[in-house]
Every structure is written in structure tokens, then in C-alpha cells.
Design a protein around this ligand. Structure first.
Ligand SMILES: [Cu+2]
Length: 657
């Protein structure tokens, strides 16, 4: 059983004495084994059977009054996630409302053009065919500070009170969709309290049907666009006035995001064109486009990486009790008897790897260059991917091919960066080129994962942490080289000249912010919630819950430096909405014990030289970013370990008044 007890102790040691030998922070016994999960043993799932699913471009983007207009629904359906011969899996997914064949987990990719508005009507259609709502596929913990539709308009978006420990919430599912990394007005951002229920006929009396911010944002949006929001829908405008890049959309409701994303509500959004893109033909292509005939060979495709666990009936496994985590007695007692929520687990780790909606798929590649848009869409897992010849090679494995990073969250880097191992915190994207040129037909390669099967605390594989189990989550994807179908005219990555980057100007404000973890007063070292916050004048942390008044209020147009001081034992991927920021540097500090002891800075990582919307903040470090906030309105910043985000590790922020 995964336990956090020793993890926290290791983090404390690392924080108190920065020069402690790295080996002392080793977090797991050397014996590799699959992560605990559901009733399906991951070792019984055959690998590299299903071909990698390449999400087609989302069809139906009609041009209406100069904007590309999509109507996209959220539905529940069964999908083949596991290989043939095993059961199918009920999932949530997005699709074009007018064409049920387009519903898929993950979603078909939205293709967008710089400076041309993409308008999406996002419809919550989590209903049965007779119009009744569908309850969630997964156990919803009703004791968090969450959307809480049963609270009605007075108690929605609050933490409800219970007199006995409740079971999971079985009511209608709130949904709102966020385009991650988008430069967008507040009413189109997918604010966590702007959710809405499906327009079902049996919504219980007294339930709130929309979140606290929904009606305000609806009025603003209708005022701006003149386009109504039908019941159970929101119509969001994406301005696309930012650099060409790799964005992704996902569900983003208060306290239930981890479950909606885990159930499948994820898709890619590729923004092309403008002065920060490259001319057609320079990079490997094509990527899927609307209306493609069958049989097109794609040389640019997304790799959406997720860890999942399953039950023997094919259903997704997600913990139904905090007891699963192993740091409390199996049956609690939990809230309200103690301060620990009964169902929420601090971090979810799956025991299979799923790429584009299938466990361990295989991709036939020609001996040429490919462009992959890689996304870590796990709940909590930090990935360290590498291309190796033997999937079971001793870790750390020898890299068989470099991974050329050409872009990240906010578009192209100033120059390509070749990596042997590429790290992705949750929600980070890497735009990469892999060159299979010259490999003999029939040769095989593997995308492996050497990140840990537990929260990442920084450091080096095999020294500071054990790599993921090589038999399961240590493997991701197989490549099989097939005959070339055409000549490769793309530019080799070492010779690429990427679009230039305009750095942000000087900052007018420096904000000192804190990353915190709160632990139980009953069960030793059992985390109860994460919390962001500010920093006191003496350098100590001032954790703040979601409901505390806004503390980050940049002036419109201001450029600011935000310092994330990580007082916890784990790395947290911190995401700031609206902006693409620069990563300035990281410096060690003494954490809770010695908050004013601050070491020398080290520069951002080589692949962090472009713009980012999410940055990995390591334990006992101050990670500094610089951003320009040029759209007034209400946004959020949060940890993108979505188990943390759902339980208080998120804060509202306000640009302007
Ligand atoms: Cu976190």
C-alpha cells in the first residue's frame, strides 16, 4: 500500500538540512511492484496490441460571423480502452453534438487559428436517453469544499456540514470546461464556480442547477456576443490572440475536477498560425484536419499520457475510501468524527499507462521525423519519458534516441533542446520531434517512464526515488518501424530556426506565495488538504483556503513576479490562468524550519526557456515566474495535481477591479 508517512518525513529531512546526502531521501524499497488499484491485475493486460488512436480534428467548426463555432457535448459511453478480449470501459467524453460517432475519450482535437475566434457551446449532456441525469461513474466525496449542488443557491460552492459520515454523492454531475493556457476573458475561462448541471428532467427539487458565478458570466457573455447560453450549456469565446501552441481543454469544477478528468473529460486544442508559428512543411506533418479522408498518414500527432486503474469488469477504478491510501485505519473514522474526508485520497496513482485512450498502444512509424504534442493528463503523476530499445531495461535506461523539445505550454522555445529524458508535471505539454530516420524496417523502440510511482519530490531517478514499476507504469508506448511511404522534407531538429521570443519587461510587483500541506490532528502525518497562500513578513507561510478573500490582485497590464515557496515535501505543478509566463529561476530555502534561509538561484531548466502556464515547484525551493496580466477579471491559480486542486489547493485571483 502506498503510504505517505515516510514521504513526509523524507521531505522534512530534505527541507531542514539542504546538504543531506541524496540517498537518505530514498522513498521506497527497491523492490518494484505495480501500484495498488482495482480488481484488474495490470500484469494481465496484454501490451502493445491496439494501434495508437490518433484523435481526428473535431469536425463541425462552422464559420459563423467570422468565428469558428463548435457545439460540443459531454456524454457517457462505453469505449474500448483495454485490448480486445477484455471488457469495454464506461467513460465520460466530449464530442460534436450533431454526430454521436465523434464522442471519444480523449476528445477529438480542436484546431484553431491565431487571431481568429473559436466559439464553443459546451453542453452538459450527462443524461440517459429518457432525459434523466446520470450519476457519476466514480465516487464523489461530498465533504470537500466543492460545487455541492444539493446545497441549493445558499449552499452551493461550499463545504457542507454532516452529522454522520456520508457516502458518495449520487446526484447530477456539474461540468464546466477550461481551455488550459488560453488568453481568454473571465466569462469564457471555465471558472470553478461557473459549473452547470445537465438539463435533466429529474434534477431534485432545491438543487442548485448552476454554480455561483454562472449567471454573472452568462450575462457578460451574452452582452459581449449576443449568443444565448441554453440551459445546461455555456458558450465560450477563445480569442486565440496568443502565440501558436499546444493547449488542452478539460473539466474544471470546484472539488470534482479530478473525477471528471479521470472519467475522460480531456482533449487537445492546437493553435496554429501567426508570427510565432513556422511555415508549413518545416516541421513534420500533416496533423489530422477536419474532413480528412481515411488512410492519411499523420506525422504530427498528440500523445495524451494518463495513468489509470481498472476493475475486472473493465470499469475505471478510483478509490472509494480514504482507507485505500493507507495512512488512516481502513474505516476511519472520518468526517465529521475526525478531520479527514471519507473518500478523497491525497494523490491518485494508476497502475496502467493509457495513451490517447488505450492502455499501452503501439504506433507504426516510418523511418522519418515525427512531431508529437505530449501532454501529461494524469491526476498526480510526474512523468519522465525516454525512448529505449528494451522496455524492461534496468533503470535508468540508456536513451536510444533524443527527444527534441521545440515547444512547451506557451509555444516554441527560442531553440530546440535535445533531451535524453523529458520530465512532465501534470498538465505540462512538450512539443517534440523524434527522428526515426535510418532505422531498419521492423525495428522496435519504446517510450518508457522513469518518473516515480508516488509523488515526485525532486532529484534523480535511482538515487532520490525509485522509477515507476518497469513491468507496468514504467512502460508507455511501443514504436514499430515500417516502410517509408513518402520522402521526409521536414527540417532536421538540429537545424531548425524557431520563431523568436519577446521577453516580458520589468516587473512592478513581487508577490511571495506559499504552497502548503495540512495534516490531520487525529491520524499522524495524514494529509487533510493542500493549501496555497501568502508569506508572512517573517518568511513563514500563511495558508489560505479557497473561500478566503482575493489576495492576488494585479493591476490590469501589470507585469509581476510571483514567487512560489514550497513548504511541503512534494513537487506541485502550479498553473496560473489567463497568462503565459516566463520561468525566472529556482532557489533552495529552509522551508518551515528555516524560511529565511535562502540559497543561490539556479536558472530555469533548459526546456523552460519559452513561455509556460504551469511550472513544477520543487519542495523547499522558491520558484519564480514573471507574467503580464492584461485582461481584467476573475481567474484562478492552483496546483494541477488535480487531487490537490479539488481539496483547497486553489486560489481565486483578480486582475483589475
Ligand atoms: Cu499540489
Amino acid at each position: 500500500m502506498l503510504t505517505r508517512r515516510h514521504l513526509i518525513k523524507a521531505g522534512t529531512v530534505g527541507g531542514a538540512a539542504l546538504l543531506v546526502p541524496a540517498a537518505l531521501t530514498l522513498r521506497r524499497p527497491a523492490q518494484a511492484a505495480p501500484v495498488p488499484g482495482g480488481t484488474l491485475d495490470p500484469a494481465t493486460v496484454p501490451k502493445y496490441v491496439l494501434p495508437l488512436f490518433v484523435p481526428p480534428a473535431m469536425p463541425g467548426g462552422r464559420s459563423v460571423a467570422g468565428v469558428d463555432f463548435h457545439e460540443i457535448g459531454v456524454r457517457q459511453f462505453n469505449q474500448r480502452v483495454l485490448p480486445p478480449g477484455m471488457p469495454t470501459t464506461p467513460v465520460f467524453g466530449y464530442g460534436r453534438i450533431a454526430d454521436s460517432s465523434t464522442f471519444h475519450y480523449p476528445a477529438y482535437t480542436i484546431e484553431a487559428r491565431v487571431d481568429r475566434v473559436t466559439r464553443v457551446r459546451w453542453a452538459n449532456q450527462l443524461m440517459t436517453s429518457n432525459g434523466n441525469y446520470r450519476p457519476h461513474l466514480l465516487p464523489v466525496d461530498p465533504t470537500l469544499h466543492w460545487a455541492n449542488p444539493p446545497g441549493g443557491t445558499a449552499g452551493r460552492d461550499m463545504r457542507p456540514e454532516f452529522t454522520t459520515t456520508p457516502g458518495p454523492y449520487r446526484g447530477p454531475v456539474p461540468v464546466v470546461t477550461h481551455l488550459h493556457g488560453a488568453h481568454v476573458v473571465e466569462e469564457s475561462d471555465g471558472y470553478p464556480e461557473a459549473w452547470y448541471l445537465p438539463p435533466a428532467r429529474n434534477i431534485p427539487r432545491g438543487y442548485a442547477r448552476v454554480g455561483s458565478f454562472h449567471d454573472r458570466f452568462k450575462a457578460e457573455a451574452v452582452g459581449h456576443t449576443g449568443v444565448d447560453w441554453p440551459t445546461g450549456s455555456a458558450v465560450f469565446d477563445y480569442r486565440n490572440d496568443q502565440r501558436a501552441t499546444t493547449l488542452w481543454f478539460h473539466s474544471h469544477e470546484l472539488g470534482i475536477t479530478r473525477l471528471n478528468i479521470y472519467a475522460g473529460l480531456t482533449g487537445m486544442y492546437l493553435l496554429r498560425g501567426g508570427s510565432a508559428d513556422l511555415p508549413a512543411g518545416v516541421l513534420p506533418g500533416p496533423a489530422p484536419q477536419p474532413g480528412d479522408p481515411p488512410g492519411v498518414r499523420y506525422h504530427e500527432l498528440p500523445l495524451i499520457l494518463q495513468d489509470r486503474s481498472f476493475n475486472a469488469d473493465g470499469s475505471l477504478f478510483f478509490p472509494s475510501s480514504r482507507g485505500f491510501f493507507g495512512d488512516t485505519p481502513p474505516n476511519g473514522p472520518f468526517l465529521p468524527t475526525t478531520d479527514v474526508s471519507p473518500i478523497w485520497n491525497p494523490e491518485f496513482f494508476g497502475n496502467t499507462m493509457v495513451v490517447n485512450g488505450n492502455t499501452w498502444p503501439v504506433l507504426a512509424v516510418e523511418p522519418r521525423r515525427y512531431r508529437f504534442r505530449v501532454l501529461n493528463a494524469c491526476n498526480a503523476r510526474t512523468l519522465m519519458v525516454k525512448i529505449a530499445t528494451d522496455p524492461l531495461a534496468a533503470r535508468p535506461a540508456k536513451a536510444a534516441l533524443p527527444i527534441w523539445v521545440i515547444g512547451t505550454d506557451g509555444g516554441f522555445l527560442p531553440a530546440p533542446v535535445p533531451l535524453e529524458s523529458a520530465r512532465l508535471g501534470v498538465s505540462e505539454r512538450l512539443d517534440v520531434i523524434v527522428d526515426f530516420t535510418g532505422l531498419p524496417v521492423g525495428s522496435t523502440l519504446y517510450l518508457i517512464n522513469e518518473g516515480p510511482d508516488e509523488p515526485f519530490g525532486g532529484g534523480t531517478v535511482g538515487v532520490d526515488f525509485q522509477p515507476a514499476d518497469p513491468g507496468t507504469t514504467g512502460q508507455v508506448l511501443k514504436f514499430v518501424v515500417t516502410a517509408a511511404a513518402s520522402a521526409d522534407t521536414s527540417v532536421p531538429p538540429a537545424q531548425l530556426r524557431l520563431p523568436s521570443i519577446t521577453r516580458l519587461g520589468g516587473a512592478s510587483v513581487i508577490r511571495r506565495l506559499s504552497l502548503n500541506e495540512l495534516t490531520s490532528g487525529t491520524f499522524a502525518d495524514a494529509p487533510t488538504e493542500g493549501m496555497l497562500g501568502t508569506v508572512n513578513a517573517d518568511g513563514t507561510a500563511a495558508p489560505l483556503p479557497w473561500m478566503a478573500p482575493v489576495t492576488e490582485n494585479p493591476r490590469r497590464g501589470a507585469t509581476e513576479i510571483w514567487e512560489f515557496r514550497n513548504f511541503t515535501g512534494d513537487a506541485h505543478p502550479i498553473h496560473v490562468h489567463q497568462v503565459q509566463f516566463q520561468v525566472l529561476d529556482r532557489r533552495p530555502f529552509g522551508g518551515t524550519d528555516n524560511p529565511t534561509q535562502i540559497g543561490p538561484p539556479r536558472p530555469a531548466e533548459s526546456w523552460e526557456s519559452g513561455f509556460k502556464d504551469t511550472v513544477v515547484s520543487l519542495p523547499s525551493e522558491i520558484t519564480r515566474i514573471k507574467a503580464r496580466f492584461d485582461i481584467a477579471g476573475r481567474y484562478v491559480w492552483h496546483c494541477h495535481i488535480i487531487d490537490h486542486e479539488d481539496n483547497e489547493m486553489m486560489r481565486p485571483y483578480q486582475v483589475g477591479s
